[in-house]
Design a binder for this molecule. Structure first.
Ligand code: SF4
Length: 293
């Protein structure tokens, strides 16, 4: 396959074919995100994408491709008609194609109607990863998500309202020690309001070259330590009131891999966290450098 620059995907898409439908992120302003700083945003032509599909057929075998992740940062920003044609091309090239998924920025979701998302879902795009990061209005503004919590919930509702699957990502530590507790409470509440199929937590890792890294280096933001971060996670999960949500906290950035079904295993998750927070002799997983995430 041909890829431009570093390509990122959610951990759960490890076995998917990654297709770079767009290059970079059309928004590219979140203060902690360095993933696409070096890339000029653009959409790739249908001819380019057809060539990539032919390459995947040749190297992987047409029958082996079942899932496709549409990269880069917010391929959902493409016009719905263009996405529908891309999904049709995927079905034509891969007889066992089951589904595609995509990172969905709130801006990209808010530009689509529930009906458009439903049409995309029926055409093979039923899973949307939304980097929500926080439910706290001040934190959301500081990290320049470009939307308010209410707009974030509206964006999420376009997915769930269409009957598609929503996977939300929350960032531990993003409010610093100053707003750690409030960030956790509001994040739990926004997850409850979205009631997603999946929620995952990552721990913020300041990446050189970002404004967030500058803020940490200059002392404007102080990050919680490992057990402070776990306390934040505990508060966040405590405030998650979901109908049936799969929680995943196994990302490499987290010092304690965790997972479970909410609300069924909420008490178990909280008990594990209480134990680890209280007992400092329990070793935690070393945090990787930004380059290994
Ligand atoms: S929308 Fe996503 S990919 Fe784009 S800058 Fe923000 S976090 Fe990074």
């Amino acid at each position: 396959m041909r890829y431009e620059g570093t390509v990122y995907r959610p951990p759960s898409e490890a076995h998917s074919l990654i297709l770079q439908a767009t290059i970079g992120c059309s928004y590219n302003r979140c203060t902690y995100c360095a993933m696409y700083l070096e890339k000029r945003f653009r959409q790739r032509s249908r001819e380019d994408l057809l060539e990539d599909m032919a390459l995947a057929q040749a190297h992987l075998g047409a029958e082996s491709v079942r899932r496709v992740f549409l990269a880069d940062g917010d391929a959902l920003i493409m016009r719905t008609s263009r996405l529908l044609r891309l999904l049709e091309d995927l079905r034509d090239h891969f007889p066992n194609f089951q589904l595609a998924s995509v990172y969905a920025s709130p801006q990209a979701l808010l530009a689509k109607s529930v009906e458009e998302i439903a049409e995309l879902k029926d055409a093979g795009l039923p899973l949307y990863y939304l980097g929500t990061e926080t439910g706290h209005p001040v934190v959301m503004e500081r990290i320049a998500k470009g939307v308010t919590p209410a707009q974030m919930v509206d964006a999420a509702g376009r997915v769930t309202g269409a009957g598609a699957k929503l996977s939300v990502i929350m960032l531990l530590g993003i409010g610093g020690t100053e707003l750690s507790h409030d960030h956790a409470v509001e994040s739990g509440r926004i997850v409850s309001a979205m009631d997603p199929r999946f929620v995952s937590t990552l721990t913020i890792t300041p990446v050189p070259g970002t404004k967030f890294h500058e803020d940490v280096e200059s002392g404007r933001v102080e990050l919680p330590d490992d057990r402070g971060t776990l306390l934040e996670l505990r508060t966040m999960i405590e405030h998650m009131d979901c109908t049936r949500t799969v929680y995943r906290g196994n990302h490499a950035s987290n010092s304690l891999p965790l997972g479970g079904i909410l609300p069924r295993q909420k008490d178990e998750l909280l008990a594990v966290l209480d134990q680890v927070i209280a007992d400092t002799s329990i070793p935690l997983r070393p945090r990787p450098s930004p380059h290994r995430l």
